[in-house]
Design a protein around this ligand. Structure first.
Ligand SMILES: [Zn+2]
Length: 183
């Protein structure tokens, strides 16, 4: 018989006894367990271990009787328990919903960047070809276009100045990423 305690507040007692695994008194036959879904613990969040008897994961393992929570410092004990049980361990990194959320956020950002560049091109605002920042400055002449724009001077004026320097073959430097390029 081997006993573990997992969690922080309201610890769950997990016992391996012969062919049974008991979680807070609820016994599961180890041979019935198809696999364990494990979500990682971090400093900010407890991890969960869910013992699946049908091979599928569930949405809210925290409330399930076939599951327990563990703190980040208990990870090695979780590994020990799983090894002892000799069952398959599946990392349930994030729920599908979270993944979807992430993707749409990324797309949103991409779209925003696209719109922003369109706007900059339309207004003839010069920007860095690498990082798309508008904080750029002339290397030869010390005029900061970025400051001129954020300072409220119209893009048209900055654009005109940019045009005026073209004949002098000036170099422009990005204040954000440091890229320099010729204009
Ligand atoms: Zn840049």
């Amino acid at each position: 018989m081997k006993e573990y305690k997992f969690g922080t507040i309201g610890k769950k007692t997990v016992i391996i006894d012969g062919g049974n695994l008991s979680i807070n008194g609820r016994a599961l036959k180890i041979e019935d367990i198809k696999c364990a879904y494990i979500s990682p613990a971090s400093l900010y969040k407890n991890g969960t271990v869910y013992f699946s008897t049908n091979g599928k994961n569930i949405d809210n393992a925290v409330l399930n009787k076939q599951a327990f929570m563990y703190a980040t410092g208990q990870k090695s004990q979780v590994d020990e328990l799983i090894t002892e049980l000799d069952i398959e361990m599946i990392q349930a990194e994030e729920s599908q919903n979270l993944n979807k959320n992430k993707i749409s956020k990324r797309q949103e950002k991409k779209q925003y960047q696209k719109d922003r560049l369109k706007q900059l091109k339309r207004d003839k605002v010069p920007y860095c070809p690498k990082c798309k920042s508008t904080s750029i400055t002339y290397v030869n002449k010390k005029l900061s276009i970025g400051r001129a724009i954020t300072g409220g001077i119209l893009a048209g004026e900055a654009g005109a100045k940019l045009g005026g320097f073209t004949s002098k073959k000036g170099k422009v430097k990005c204040l954000n990423c440091g890229k320099t390029w010729k204009i």
